[in-house]
Design a protein around this ligand. Sequence first.
Ligand SMILES: Nc1nc2c(ncn2[C@@H]2O[C@H](COP(=O)(O)OP(=O)(O)OP(=O)(O)O)[C@@H](O)[C@H]2O)c(=O)[nH]1
Ligand SMILES: [Mg+2]
Ligand SMILES: [Zn+2]
Length: 322
Amino acid sequence: MGSPRRVHHQIHHPRSPPLTPGKTHALISSVHRRGATLLLPDGTEADVRIPGRLFLGWIPATGDRVVVDGAADKPGTIRLAGVEPRRNTLERATGDGGTQVIAANIDVALVFVSLRDPALRRGFVDRCLAAAAWHGIESLVAVNKIDLAAEGDDEVLHDLAQDCARAGAGCLGISCRDGSGTDALRRMLEGRTVVMSGPSGAGKTSLAKLLGGRDDLLTGSVSLRTGKGRHTTVGARMIPLGGGTILIDTPGLRVFPIDQIPADRLHECFREFAPHSPFCRFRDCRHGAEPECGVRAAVERGEVSSVRYESYLELFAELSEA
Ligand SMILES: Nc1nc2c(ncn2[C@@H]2O[C@H](COP(=O)(O)OP(=O)(O)OP(=O)(O)O)[C@@H](O)[C@H]2O)c(=O)[nH]1
Ligand SMILES: [Mg+2]
Ligand SMILES: [Zn+2]
């Protein structure tokens, strides 16, 4: 059992090989200074030490799948025996030029926004979709508070749904207040590991409560009570919701980071651009002010959303400055 394969920057990650047969697996639900808390198959948690010399080069992250030895009903006997390769990671830059894995093995990046209070900001949605695409994570946009819809909002939602579909993302409107769409959302998340981003006030805590979460853990506080007392959790942690859904809570992370994306590869994160770039005059066209750009022509014909294209230009400018 070696250290996990480093997931390189590419849009479509290969699926990981099947888990080691005949072994007990667990998920790392949070990481603290001296070890980690595991989520065991029976839904209980156990603390383990991370034996550094066994897993050279592996920095554990929330969402890592590990192999464990010992009896699950005797938490003190559990120890780590191996770690599975990661299927994907969500990462951010650490100031000193390195990267930090926020969470691993994510099934769905849930972009949770509201129609009003706070108002829907398409730039926020597109930023999150780009980050998820870069990390090879499927994404779903949920627009909360559709109970507050006013005249013209049908069109707003319709345009968003169309743009998401072209970008390869799911999209649905819901209301945590009156319950519309929430059953559909619950089904879409069933049995999956979800990382959520959304602006303050969008209704993330309301959603977690609705899905059966321990909302006491969704407060952004950094300590977690386990069998052995209090540990300082370093970053993200798993919150099991009903129906086998696991929510990864990322305190202090409002928006998925795009800082890993090189400006000249941002266009790969806007999947609907791909069919049009062969028509660009320059092979290395970045779809900005270049003459005879196939993507810009597609925007003019209405085949690529002008809203998405504007978001692309904004993010491109931001990444080019960095
Ligand atoms: N009208 C309406 N209000 C909602 C809905 N969902 C949540 N709210 C309200 O919106 C406010 C913010 O909801 P929260 O769940 O606290 O939002 P949050 O995303 O967790 O916010 P932060 O914790 O600050 O990031 C609360 O007053 C909720 O009652 C909804 O579907 N419709
Ligand atoms: Mg909240
Ligand atoms: Zn172009």
